[in-house]
Design a protein around this ligand. Structure first.
Ligand code: SAM
Length: 298
């Protein structure tokens, strides 16, 4: 069997994924890290290319790095999510590109050239790096600036107490503020993105913190005094309000009776109803710049 990898989950019938291909997406917990694979060791790679330019070029560069010369890379993306730029990116690495359009996607196939042009510079640009004091990486949520919704939550949070969790913790921005309260006994940071988890591990060194690479819906947390979160509203690139609602329901399950969930949300997201359904009391604590902060008590 050819040694192969797949990055992400290609839609059915769009591209062929080799049997036994190793999953290397950082947003699928338990996957192998692409960075850990040896240079020129694989025959085939299939990449569902991410939308951000630095992230996408980094993933393509990593895939070319691990392929043997002559190995085959198939990369695809929706036309309006970076697909129309794939060919140019691959040509910049010195690849000869065969491009097709199918089901609103561009699919590019290349053979890994003997020498990949500009590989090191692209790998460096997409690698973990410090933004001011904090470690981050292109591809991680709001990787190079504090999200305004998170900033409003940071400004609204009271000092918290007891055992808590940060759902979808990212690189640890909320966690660092939560841990400034000496009454916090423990804090579990959970994120589905390995790159965020690795950055958070560098950023949040407080011994009260535990950092998990997991889907929060499957993390099995219970009996908490508080949860903080800026819930995701995208799942694999597509807007998905159901994921935000699942975060709210999971927080309600994870809290003890009387425990509270502090949440920031874009004003256009309809979270009032799921909050009211899952909690006994919901209060709007702040509203500014298109964001709302709620405290929901179980
Ligand atoms: C809106 S961002 C907030 C990040 C960080 N808390 C902040 O305020 O900057 C949502 C985070 O949830 C993570 N996420 C998405 N789906 C998840 C899931 N099912 N389980 C855990 N984390 C998830 C994303 O990787 C992302 O880091």
């Amino acid at each position: 069997m050819a040694a192969a990898i797949v990055y992400g989950t290609p839609p059915h019938n769009l591209v062929d994924v080799p049997t036994g291909a190793l999953q290397v997406s950082p947003i699928l917990p338990g996957s192998m890290a692409l960075e850990s694979l040896a240079e020129a060791s694989l025959d085939e790679a299939v990449v569902s290319a991410p939308p951000g330019t630095a992230e996408r070029d980094y993933v393509l560069a990593q895939a070319l790095r691990v392929l043997k010369p002559g190995g085959r890379l198939t990369a695809f993306a929706a036309k309006d999510k970076g697909g129309s730029r794939l060919k140019k990116s691959l040509e910049a690495f010195g690849c000869e590109v065969f491009e097709e359009s199918r089901k609103h996607n561009r699919i590019c196939t290349v053979e890994r050239p003997e020498t990949v042009a500009g590989l090191d510079a692209v790998l460096a640009k997409g690698a973990p790096q410090q933004m001011g004091q904090l470690w981050s990486q292109p591809g991680v949520f709001s990787w190079d600036r504090v999200d305004p919704g998170s900033a409003l939550l940071l400004a609204s949070l009271p000092p918290l107490k007891g055992r808590g969790a940060d759902f979808g913790a990212g690189i640890g921005i909320l966690a660092l503020t939560v841990l400034a309260s000496p009454d916090v006994k423990s804090l579990v940071l959970v994120d589905v993105d390995r790159r965020a988890v690795e950055a958070a591990t560098r950023n949040v060194t407080d011994p009260r913190a535990t950092i998990l690479w997991a889907d929060v819906r499957q993390a099995g947390l219970t009996d908490l005094d508080f949860v903080v979160m800026n819930p995701p509203f995208h799942d694999g690139g597509a807007e998905d309000r159901a994921l935000g609602v699942a975060f709210i329901e999971t927080a309600a399950k994870a809290l003890r009776k009387g425990g509270s969930c502090w949440l920031t949300a874009n004003r256009h997201l309809p979270y009032e109803r799921p909050l009211a359904a899952a909690f006994s009391k919901v209060e709007l604590r702040a509203e500014a710049g298109g964001y709302k902060i709620y405290e929901a008590r179980k």
